[in-house]
Design a binder for this molecule. Sequence first.
Ligand SMILES: Cc1ncc(C[n+]2csc(CCOP(=O)(O)OP(=O)(O)O)c2C)c(N)n1
Ligand SMILES: [Mg+2]
Length: 321
Amino acid sequence: MATTLTKKDLISIYESMFKIRKFEEATVKYYAQGKIPGFVHLYIGEEAISTGVCAALKKDDYITSTHRGHGHLIAKGGDVNKMMAELFAKSTGYCKAKGGSMHICDLNLGIMGSNGIVGAGLSIAAGVGVAAKMRDAGQVCVCFFGDGASNRGTFHESANMASSFKLPVIFVCENNFYGISGCVRDTMNITDIAARSVSYGMPGIKVDGNNAIEVYNAAKSAVDLARSGGGPTLIEAVTWRHRGHWEGDPDNYRDSRECADWLAKDPIPRHAEYLVSKGIATKDEVKIIESKVISEIDNAVDFAKSSPFPEPKDLYTDVYA
Ligand SMILES: Cc1ncc(C[n+]2csc(CCOP(=O)(O)OP(=O)(O)O)c2C)c(N)n1
Ligand SMILES: [Mg+2]
């Protein structure tokens, strides 16, 4: 597939996707051992979307995230030590153990927060878009949200506002076909989410969300348009989550054959095969990247395990409401 991505970019996309996968495989392990409290919603299978999109962003651009946010944060450069420590509820975590998986943010990286409220990131993105437009420094904001969130009022309000005011916002719908156990077949009359762009007079692009290069290409054109004052774009990236809705979900509502078809389209081995077949990296070079990432995640787990829990005296610090 034709792309403006350099060899270096294509390799760092692999590294980022693999890092998200290994971070979350560690999460599966330690969640099952009871080391991680609260809810976790895993992004395994969807890594090509955040990685492909963030490859089109600059450091001072913004993103808003969701309840399934680890992949967005890592793709935007989030610190895996602080993320893992937050999951382990340790005082060295991003929110000093007060937030957990769904409340991590890093304003220095333009990460305007994960969010436990479905669809809340949409309105935040519109607000960030207003600020970016007023500041006029060429920044854009990507809003990641799900197919379920696309049915919330906040989607329509934010799409209307962004298109009316020509805000530099890119709406990226991660369509994994399910909102918990509710399938788009039953919850939408028109399941083509990208088609909703027509109502707001913005471009709508549907992409294979398991192909990082295809995602990047769509994101790049949307980001270029937004930076040049052309307003928002709606990208629908079709994908599949490999795990249940949350860790612990019996996931008994999806067809096993459909799941198997999607597992065969796993974005990570697909990208590795692309790198090798195009001579961008050898199999050995891919293995070296993987080993580096595995030790980075092992270190993050060690950091989280060896960090202290917060002190009872800190219960009310950083609490605003
Ligand atoms: C406003 C609101 N309503 C309901 C919920 C419960 N809830 C959590 S995740 C979810 C489904 C979200 O589906 P989707 O937007 O497709 O994201 P996905 O989980 O598939 O990534 C729901 C209904 C919530 N957290 N917030
Ligand atoms: Mg969904």
